[in-house]
Every structure is written in structure tokens, then in C-alpha cells.
Design a protein around this ligand. Structure first.
Ligand code: GLC
Length: 461
């Protein structure tokens, strides 16, 4: 990726003026970020002290750390936004992991009606294909269940869905125990499987990072959605009224994607964000997530592009049926656009003219498209740093020694320079000696592996 120029060669004064305005709206100063960090911290404290607050700070019931020397094979189910994976995870006892997994794409029916039956059937297929189905005499197979949605846990293997987020919206599930729903579906199939741990994907990511690296303190997803989990001192979780864990700590699933929902008072909302929010399936919810994560960035860019086209500042004032349709710009088009280093921006030409069906583009149109991608991405990465800084700042004692942060998700893995923009921004808010102790690393597919590790830890208790 080459640096993006905010001055567009060949642009008319009107085009440049509009671009300058976007740059001003999307590029946030450190002092603006600093104010948002303070509010983020306040919301974290509020969530740790009380139930039902905007940033939920759910206790995960995970109180231990793997040592890396655990060995054996364990099972997990990982439900993301569009896919379901069933996994057999083998821990080698030296921090190494191998997995065997099968992927199932959620059908329309599963997404709107029969989700838990679909999950149970997928588990059945996985076990039958490998001749692993337990018979009447066998012990039931125990499985970890990664469920990447906000759940108020009531034990290590039960929890109430508080709302759907991202794209899923299956009726009849909010307010119910998702493990019960799955266990009932398994019973309908006569399948001897016991869900022994219910795990948010961020908690799984953290535990899989911790299996490899004892310094792991935080697990983050920057993918279709965004969220984080971290080890918190139990004394800091004021609302916890269960027994005190032996370790003195518990992983907290922050559900940070909800930061600034309802109020819309602290994040840098533009008219393009507001338009997206109004038309989303969850208006006024997941405000932070909507500025950061892969599900939404393409749509923010589409709103910006239409705003420019409507003023005749892009595509000669034309749009297309495709471009007029919500969600027609996939976030991956933007990251591909940023990687286009050709003189004529050929890849971008192809995206706009072929994929988005705009009859003709000028080089200036293509440069503006690229700039919009850069602005939306840079804002996302810098805002992502806010959550990291606020969380690390919550436990300053940890920063005196090595702290590792395990991260998974398409934005972190594939968006050009996202990792660098994230860590650079974090560095602006920590003392140099603190920042020197922090490492970030990709915890690829950590969510499923982590669920198997947690199922294993639960089975030891
Ligand atoms: C959404 C979900 C959250 C999940 C995150 C990342 O924010 O509410 O539970 O961790 O997406 O997948």
C-alpha cells in the first residue's frame, strides 16, 4: 500500500473542498481520542459495578489460565456470523495445537428460524463422518461452545442471550439460555453431547493466546464485529457476588462494541454513520462496533460516495442500481482498493465499473474512492486503539512486565496497515517503558481453540 494523498491531483476546487471536509471529519486528533478514552474508562467502571449498563462487562466464569502443558483432544463448536465450525482440537502439551474442523455455512432458514437445530445437525454430521458418535454405553462427548454474541452468563455452561448483534436475528432466543436451546436440539437428535463451557469468541481468543504465551492478558476480535475480553482482578468486579475464585481473577467479556450506544455523545458521528445506523437492524445499538468493524465499513464508504455523487462530485453525478442498494460495498473492496498501486488505479476501476456497475470513472473518481477507503480504515484503527488503551490503563500494574494481546478477525488480519495504525496509536497514550512491554499478535482461529481449552479446564474442576 502506498501513502494516500489528501490532495487529489486533477480534482476541481469543489471536489477538493468536499474531500478536505471528509479528512477533517474522519481523521481524529490524539486529544479527541484522549477524551473518548476517559469516557470509555468511565463506562467500563460502570459496567463492572452494575448489571445492565451500556458496556456490559459480563463475568465469564473463566478464572484460570492454561499452563501450556495441558495435553489431549477436546471438542468445540464455534458459531460466528455466517459460519459454524465444529472442531476437534489436540493440545500437544508444549503450547502447540492442531485442529481438525468442518465448516458449515448457515442456511437462510438457520439464520431466521432453526439455528439451534442446524447446529445440532452439524455436530451430528461431524461426529458421524468420523465414526465418533457415542453409543448408549459411552460417556457423552463434552464440547465447548463459542457463541459470539452478548450473553449474561449464569455459570460456565449457561447464559442468557441479551440481544443479537452483527447480522444475526433469530426470533425466540433473546432472554433464553442458549446452552439449553442447543442441548434441547441435541436431545431431539438423540446425540450424547454435553456442552461443558459457553464461551464468547474474545474469551476463546484470550485463552488460546494464553495457552501459547503466559503473558496473555487480553483477547480481541477486530472482524465482522468487535469486542474484547481481559483478566480482571475479582475485587474490581463490584457486581460479582459469586464465590471468590482461587486465582483471584476472572476473565471479563466486555462487549465493548456497545460503547456510546443510546447516547451517541462521544464518538465522532458523521452524517454517514447516522444514516447507516438508522437503516441497520439494530438502530442506536453497537455504536462503537459500527465505526470499527468489517460488517460496516463498506456501508459507511457507500454513504460517503453517494453523498459525493449526489453533489456531482463523483461519477459525473451518476449512481447505479447496485450502488444504490444497501451493503453493496463489501469491506474487502475497500482493503483491495488500498492495495492498488497501479498508476491508473486499475483494480479500483474494476471494482467501481464492473462490480458496482458505474458506467465510467475518471482517475480522480478512483483516487477519491481510495481516499475514502483510507479515511474509513484509519478512523477505525485509531478508534480501535481507544479500547485497548482504556483496558490496559485499567490494570496499570500489569504494564510493569510483559503483556501480550491476542487478536483475531479479518480487519486485523487483512486490512492494510491496520495492525501498525493500531499499535502506533496505542503508543501515543502509554509511557514508552509501558509500551515496550506490550506485544500484539494474531491469534488465528483462537475462538474455537479457546473454547476447547476452556472445556478442558472446566472438565478438570
Ligand atoms: C459482537 C458480539 C460480541 C462478539 C463480537 C466479535 O460485538 O456482540 O459478542 O464478541 O461481535 O465477534
Amino acid at each position: 500500500m502506498t501513502a494516500v494523498d489528501y490532495k487529489i491531483a486533477g480534482a476541481t476546487p469543489e471536489q477538493q473542498e468536499a474531500v478536505d471536509m471528509l479528512v477533517k471529519q474522519f481523521l481524529l486528533t490524539d486529544s479527541r481520542l484522549g477524551e473518548i478514552i476517559k469516557e470509555f474508562r468511565r463506562r467500563m467502571e460502570d459496567g463492572l459495578a452494575h448489571d445492565g449498563r451500556v458496556v456490559r462487562m459480563f463475568p465469564s466464569y473463566v478464572t484460570r489460565r492454561p499452563t501450556g502443558s495441558e495435553a489431549g483432544s477436546y471438542y468445540a463448536i464455534d458459531l460466528g456470523g455466517t459460519n459454524l465450525r465444529v472442531l476437534k482440537v489436540t493440545l500437544d502439551g508444549a503450547g502447540g495445537v492442531t485442529t481438525e474442523h468442518q465448516k458449515f455455512s448457515l442456511t437462510e432458514e438457520a439464520k431466521t428460524k432453526t439455528l439451534f437445530d442446524f447446529i445440532a445437525q452439524s455436530i451430528e454430521t461431524f461426529l458421524d463422518d468420523r465414526n465418533l458418535r457415542p453409543t448408549g454405553q459411552d460417556e457423552p462427548i463434552s464440547m465447548g461452545f463459542t457463541f459470539s454474541y452478548p450473553v449474561q452468563q449464569t455459570s460456565i455452561n449457561s447464559g442468557i442471550l441479551s440481544q443479537w448483534t452483527k447480522g444475526l436475528n433469530v426470533p425466540g432466543c433473546v432472554g433464553r439460555d442458549v446452552v439449553r436451546l442447543l442441548q434441547d436440539a441435541l436431545l431431539r437428535l438423540g446425540l450424547r453431547v454435553k456442552i461443558s463451557a459457553l464461551v464468547n469468541d474474545t474469551v476463546g481468543t484470550l485463552l488460546s493466546a494464553a495457552y501459547k504465551n503466559p503473558a496473555a492478558q487480553m483477547g480481541i476480535i477486530f472482524g465482522t464485529g468487535t469486542n474484547a475480553a481481559y483478566y480482571e482482578n475479582i475485587d474490581n468486579i463490584g457486581k460479582w457476588n459469586g464465590p471468590r475464585p482461587e486465582s483471584g481473577e476472572m476473565v471479563v467479556n466486555m462487549e465493548w462494541g456497545a460503547f456510546d450506544s443510546n447516547d451517541f455523545a462521544f464518538l465522532p458521528f458523521t452524517q454517514h454513520d447516522i444514516k447507516l445506523d438508522r437503516k441497520s437492524i439494530n438502530p442506536r445499538k453497537q455504536a462503537y462496533e459500527k465505526m470499527i468493524s468489517g460488517m460496516y465499513l463498506g456501508e459507511i464508504a457507500r454513504n460517503v460516495i453517494l453523498w459525493l455523487a449526489d453533489q456531482r462530485l463523483m461519477f459525473g453525478g451518476c449512481s447505479s442500481e447496485v450502488l444504490n442498494a444497501m451493503w453493496s460495498i463489501d469491506t474487502s473492496y475497500l482493503s483491495n482498493a488500498l492495495e492498488d498501486t497501479s498508476e491508473d488505479l486499475d483494480e479500483i476501476k474494476c471494482i467501481i465499473e464492473k462490480t458496482l456497475s458505474i458506467a465510467e470513472t475518471t482517475l480522480v473518481d478512483r483516487k477519491i474512492f481510495r481516499l475514502i477507503a483510507a479515511l474509513v480504515g484509519e478512523r477505525a484503527a485509531r478508534l480501535s486503539a481507544i479500547g485497548v488503551v482504556a483496558t490496559l490503563g485499567k490494570r496499570p500494574e500489569l504494564l510493569k512486565k510483559a503483556v501480550h494481546i491476542g487478536i483475531d478477525g479479518s480487519m486485523y488480519e487483512f486490512w492494510p496497515n491496520f495492525d501498525k495504525m493500531l499499535s502506533d496509536t496505542v503508543s501515543h497514550f502509554l509511557a514508552p517503558e509501558q509500551f515496550a512491554n506490550v506485544s500484539f499478535g494474531l491469534a488465528k482461529d483462537g475462538s474455537g481453540v479457546g473454547a476447547a481449552i476452556i472445556a478442558m479446564l472446566a472438565s478438570q474442576e
